[in-house]
Design a protein around this ligand. Structure first.
Ligand code: FES
Length: 620
């Protein structure tokens, strides 16, 4: 059977295969937040002709069905069909994404008093060339010299030996031996070769960032970023873990992430005329699931009670094993993870925030696709994952999207006219609403009386923006060719996510016998942190009602931590100490979590005493 696309392309599909899967096989990707379960409603396509079988779903209206619109993941061709893919259903993963602060990294390294000590060390070696009398082999010759220098026990891989002989002769027996602690010889290079490069990689569930660093001075040569192509298989880590268990799922997910990293590397190295082989080390930072998939480790046990990952402290495996296209012998340092749902990205964040060095009690939060938090100081550290879900990244929200061009990022509502002023990223026609836009919209709707404390629309309110939609009441944020709305079910989802975050913070603090008022500093990390309006997030009840000067935005701390560890041994040791020191609290088994969560489902909270400034504003 064939699926003919209106673009002119025709692809084959097998019996019983969904349109979504057939398209995916041919590298045509649709938005599929739920991974093909029929619950997100994002994979809409229009059937123009041909017979097909489709599951009835509440995600489509009667009028959609009359127009031939179906969900690609729930539709199976029964003969040749013609399909139109609407623009809004296409997944674009190659876009450039907004980047967090990168120029301050050098300052950060200095402020931590960390000397530059790269992962790969070098040893100057001048070997006497072989003669008829001195006829020992090349490797024995090298070992003899190392022993004279007091280096014993060096290990040599077959790959090292296979390239060593030519290199030694090429450089006239005057070489640099590159090695890592162990010690293990990595490669031989000319003593004249001075440029040394490394990469730091942040593997986020949504985005991937690669920094190319000059290891001699720590300068950032360039940055590459892209969406994580694994989005094709679902938005959140759980959907990806499930996909990894299916057939070749793990391999496909692994290929997607290494492919993204290699594509970024290709572009950056070409631009700067740097040989990929001269990249001698790498640091990877990501959550536990992303890290496992990157190394080809089955993440299955992460989601099964008692939630045990395969590895938390990763051995220094090689770039060849990781399948990233730099020197195949280059060591790859992986930021240590703490538990199944608190990974190396959070250890990176704590390291970059420096909270582990200070006596003040700080709260670190990364509101990305999951919502991880850490509380503590230089004596103790507690951490938890709030399972907030990816709704602030647009998933599970009717017109939700990531903070890219076309996203409504801020909303103001005139209390008298109930008219809106919007800020749209890129000053273009709105295509959806991103996390900060959702927070703005809800807090403004609450203050102007459009929604009540439960997040329900006040039906009596006089505005033509409130209307009955396909899935209940909705508020029109933007009227145009495609209306952008926030539906009551969307608000419910957002309130659930913010309640999970707030309950997590509150419980973690209580667990150590403290109150929220004892938090002296709040560090907010993640791409989302760049656009967040603290006042509005407090009105929503996502952030605790603390003096605003206590909040500090750090941008992408996962990549910042990876940068520090690429350059400094001291930082690598501190990262490991942080991971060991962190006490993980599994919120899903805590009896009090449900109580905290239920109380936090209101705007801003059931207990208004916890939000005195919001109570004051409401009185006014
Ligand atoms: S509804 Fe089809 S992928 Fe989610």
């Amino acid at each position: 059977m064939n699926i003919k696309l209106t673009s002119g392309k025709s692809i084959s599909s097998s019996k019983g295969e969904s349109i979504l899967n057939a398209l995916k096989r041919h590298e045509i990707f649709l938005l599929s937040s739920c991974g093909g379960k029929g619950t997100c409603g994002k994979c809409r396509v229009k059937i123009l002709s041909g017979k097909y079988k489709t599951e009835i779903t509440g995600k489509l209206t009667q009028s959609d069905r009359e127009k031939g619109i179906v969900l690609a993941c729930q539709t199976f061709p029964e003969e040749d069909i013609t399909v139109e893919i609407p623009e809004g259903s296409k997944l674009v993963v190659g876009d450039k994404i907004a980047l967090a602060k990168s120029k301050d990294l050098n300052e950060l390294l200095k402020s931590l008093n960390a000397e530059i000590t790269p992962i790969v060390k070098r040893l100057d070696i001048k070997l006497p060339p072989p003669t008829i009398e001195d006829y020992i082999s090349d490797l024995e010759r090298l070992k003899r010299d190392l022993e004279l220098k007091g280096f014993t026990g060096m290990r040599f891989s077959q790959t090292f030996a296979s390239s060593m002989a030519d290199e030694m002769r090429k450089h006239n027996w005057e070489i640099h031996l590159a090695y890592v602690d162990g010690p293990e010889a990595i490669f031989v290079t000319s003593e004249k070769q001075v440029s040394r490069y490394g990469i730091s990689v942040d593997i986020g569930t949504t985005t991937i960032v690669v920094y190319l660093i000059d290891l001699s001075d720590g300068k950032l040569v360039d940055v590459g970023s892209t969406y994580n192509s694994q989005i094709r298989y679902g938005d959140d880590v759980i959907t990806r873990i499930i996909y990894a268990a299916e057939g070749k799922g793990l391999g496909e997910l692994r290929e997607a992430v290494t492919g993204d990293i290699n594509n970024l590397l290709e572009t950056i190295t070409e631009k700067h005329k740097i040989k990929k082989e001269s990249i001698e080390s790498a640091v990877i930072s990501g959550n536990t699931t992303m890290t496992h998939i990157f190394w080809g480790l089955d993440p299955e046990h992460i989601r099964e009670d008692p939630y045990i990952p395969t590895v938390n402290f990763f051995p220094m495996w090689k770039a060849g094993t990781a399948r990233i296209h730099i020197n195949s012998q280059s060591p790859v340092y992986t930021m240590p993870c703490v538990a199944s749902y608190v990974g190396g990205d959070i250890v990176s964040g704590v390291l970059a925030s420096k909270m582990h060095r200070k006596s003040e009690i700080a709260l670190f939060m990364d509101i990305g696709t999951n919502g991880e938090i850490a509380v503590g100081n230089n004596e103790w550290l507690m951490t938890a994952a709030c399972s907030a879900g990816p709704c602030f990244e647009g998933s599970g929200i009717k017109h939700g999207m990531r903070a890219t061009e076309g996203a409504i990022e801020s909303v103001k509502i005139d209390p008298k006219t109930l008219e809106l002023s919007l800020c749209i990223i890129g000053n273009t026609i709105p295509a959806g609403v991103c996390g900060s836009g959702m927070i703005d919209a809800i807090s403004e709707m609450f203050f102007t009386g459009i929604i009540d404390r439960k997040g329900k629309f006040v039906r009596e309110i006089k505005t033509n923006r409130l209307r009955q939609g396909d899935e209940g009441f909705e508020f029109v944020l933007y009227k145009g060719e495609k209306d952008i709305v926030l539906a009551e079910v969307d608000i419910e989802n957002i309130l659930r996510a913010k309640a999970a975050i707030y309950a997590g913070i509150s419980l973690l603090i209580k667990e150590v016998g403290l109150g929220l008022e004892s938090i002296e500093r709040v560090y907010v990390a993640g791409g989302f942190g760049n656009y967040l309006d603290v006042d509005k997030a407090i009105i929503l009840g996502m952030l605790p009602d603390l003096p605003r000067e206590k909040f500090k935005f750090l941008g992408n701390t996962s990549i910042a931590g990876a940068y520090l560890c690429l350059l400094s041994e001291k930082m690598r040791k501190e990262a490991e100490e942080i991971a060991k020191k962190m006490t993980y609290m599994e919120l899903s088994v805590s009896r009090n979590f449900m109580d905290e969560y239920m109380s936090a489902l209101f705007l801003p909270h059931t207990d208004m005493g916890l939000f005195p400034t919001v109570a004051g504003l409401l009185k006014k």
